[in-house]
Design a binder for this molecule. Structure first.
Ligand code: SF4
Length: 338
């Protein structure tokens, strides 16, 4: 059975204190860099439309993640409702941008902890919290409750990278694997396409903290399953929105050339990117030339760790209900030439 770092915190009697410190941030919410200051303990809502309790739109064994997260039995995905960002091309917008709908998926911390134990009993190899930023305190509370009842799986923090460093510091050794989606290398794109200020600055501060905690080494178990580490996802967008090469260069120079990258080709226009002329630059899939430019950047910048999707058919994979047995990712080293 996989072991997880939060178990040591539980044994040391530290885990509960961390959870309480995280929950105190809800009283005048500073759980993400938006710092809305609303009292979520009293269910005052702000930018993410989220209150005291977690909102879980679905939980399932998922096969659309990177190979060492999927293994043979799948990643134990928990899809949170709502989000602190408003990406106009969000491929989960049905759950991230429909708060009036999502409220019906509000659950207790106990119920969420039961979901984690259920995923473990189904044989999932980890608990993969998808879009957890705005529910980080609730996530931590559910891990505490589940760990007391036998949860042993590694925790994956699958985030949009618009995270608070103070929160990440409290999640140190609660989270085993950080899986940030580094969206942009400039603030203007963050503001136009995800409706937040300072995306470049905050996401890079967050990645520095994640890297401080995990370093650049990926830790696998005897079955090749990922137990600990940092994997930075880079979704290639049309018209090089997000400036992939700049992000790769920043990772190489400011973190390490050995940080694992997961390069993704699955973008397809949906949500407002499909309908609103204002976002015409995002209104098509990527071209093969754009994909090859991104893969060439990986090679030219000497990045050798990680995974990438195959260009052909990649967009087919990305749906919350995707559950084919084969993961869409290949090891970066498997490609005969990048
Ligand atoms: S988590 Fe939600 S309420 Fe809290 S600061 Fe972020 S957007 Fe605002």
């Amino acid at each position: 059975m996989n072991s997880a770092s939060y178990l040591a915190l539980l044994d040391e009697g530290v885990l509960e204190h961390r959870v309480e410190e995280l929950e105190r941030l809800l009283e005048r919410c500073t759980v993400c860099p938006l710092d809305c200051g609303n009292n979520r303990i009293e269910n005052q809502l702000a930018r993410c439309f989220s209150g005291r309790l977690p909102i879980v739109s679905s939980y399932t064994a998922h096969f659309g993640e990177e190979p060492p997260l999927v293994g043979t039995k799948g990643a134990g995905n928990v899809f949170f409702g709502n989000c602190n960002l408003r990406c106009v091309y969000c491929q989960n917008y049905q759950i991230s941008q429909t708060h009036k709908e999502q409220i019906k998926n509000e659950v207790t911390h106990e119920r969420l902890s039961e979901m984690l134990l259920e995923l473990q009993s189904r044989g999932c190899h980890n608990i993969n919290f998808v879009s957890p930023t705005h529910f980080a305190p609730q996530m931590a509370r559910s891990i505490l409750l589940a760990a007391r009842k036998g949860l042993r799986l590694p925790v994956v923090y699958n985030t949009n990278a618009y995270d608070s460093v103070a929160v990440l510091q409290l999640l140190d050794r609660i989270v085993d694997v950080y899986l940030p989606d580094l969206k942009y290398a400039d603030d203007d794109s963050g503001y136009l396409y995800s409706k937040v200020s300072g995306y470049k600055e905050y996401s890079r501060l967050a990645l520095r903290e994640m890297y401080r905690q995990t370093g650049d080494e990926l830790v696998f178990d005897e079955n090749g399953l990922l137990k600990r580490g940092l994997v930075v996802r880079l979704l290639v967008l049309p018209n090089d929105i997000g400036s992939i090469a700049e992000s790769i260069e920043w990772i190489r120079d400011e973190l390490s050339p050995r940080v694992a990258i997961s390069l993704m080709a699955q973008y397809y226009p949906t949500n407002q990117a499909e309908t609103n002329k204002r976002y015409v630059l995002l209104s098509r899939r990527i071209r093969e030339t754009e994909w090859l430019k991104a893969t060439a950047a990986l090679e030219n910048l000497g990045m050798t760790e990680g995974w990438m999707q195959e260009f052909d058919g990649a967009a087919y994979y990305y749906r919350p209900d995707f559950n084919d047995a084969e993961t869409p990712f290949k090891d970066i080293r498997d490609f005969d030439s990048l």
